[in-house]
Design a binder for this molecule. Structure first.
Ligand code: CTP
Ligand code: MG
Length: 232
């Protein structure tokens, strides 16, 4: 039987966030940031195991209490120098079957909801390629020139912002990442094989915490979720 697994790359340093502590461990709504994505993935009944890919010299992860998640959470200390390398190393260490689905999700997207996750799985479980959560671009897009003035306005028609989870069959994803190792998301590697991942509409609340100003919004959303006001 085809199984579903999650793989959470969490071996980055959070350079755009700044500070000593890698951003996935910054305190957020009473927990380290990474806890929230892991909690959502571990609570999903379709997912068998949640692998978290850590840096080989991660000194933080073991300091927290992960007992809420039991055996469903499996740390792998095999992160690489890029996100793609962390994902590749994690996939090899996880030893999944080629037909198993793997949902790759950023540790830095703590506001993923159970509803978004369920929608991704429901829309892709019969798909031959796989796909990603994404949102249609809302803002008008400007192309800058060298002087940081507007060279022209880009047509935003048909443009989407990629999010995670990104859901592919393990065999396909391994083949794709081996062929295109310099990608910033899994879908790009699959696209390089000439395939067309499906865009599953998500919400802007599943944003990636990247800059210091992103923390406050994530904190608000997670606090609301904990008090049961979001319905997710
Ligand atoms: N990541 C990883 N291994 C790397 C780099 C990134 O596992 N070598 C993970 C991050 O920990 C994060 C996710 O990939 O969960 C998305 O990456 P990003 O938001 O870019 O995080 P960082 O690379 O840590 O941040 P920055 O780019 O600002 O340094
Ligand atoms: Mg990065």
């Amino acid at each position: 039987m085809t199984e579903y697994f999650a793989l959470v790359p969490a071996a980055g340093s959070g350079s755009r966030m700044g500070g000593e502590l890698p951003k996935q461990y910054l305190p957020l709504a009473g927990q380290p940031m990474i806890y929230h994505a892991l909690a959502t993935l571990c609570a999903c009944a379709d997912i068998s195991t949640v692998f978290v890919v850590l840096s080989p010299d991660d000194a933080q992860f073991h300091q927290y209490d992960w007992s809420d998640f039991g055996d469903k959470l499996q740390p792998l200390y095999c992160g690489g120098v890029t996100r793609a390398e962390s994902v590749m190393n994690g996939l090899m260490a996880a030893e999944l079957e080629p037909d198993d689905w793997v949902l790759v999700h950023d540790a830095a997207r703590p506001c993923l909801t159970q509803a978004q996750l369920a929608r991704l799985i429901a829309e892709l479980c019969e798909d031959t390629v796989g796909g990603i959560l994404a949102v249609p671009v809302a803002d008008t897009l400007k192309r800058a020139n060298a002087a940081q003035r507007v060279a022209h306005t880009e047509d935003r028609e048909g443009l989407w912002q990629a999010q995670t989870p990104q859901m592919f069959r393990t065999g396909l994803l391994l083949q794709a990442l081996a062929t295109a190792p310099k990608v910033t998301d899994e879908a790009s590697a699959v696209e390089a094989l000439g395939l067309h991942p499906k865009l599953v509409e998500s919400e802007t609340t599943n944003f990636k915490v990247t800059y210091p100003q992103d923390i406050k919004l994530a904190e608000l959303l997670l606090t609301e979720k904990m008090h049961g006001r979001s319905g997710n």
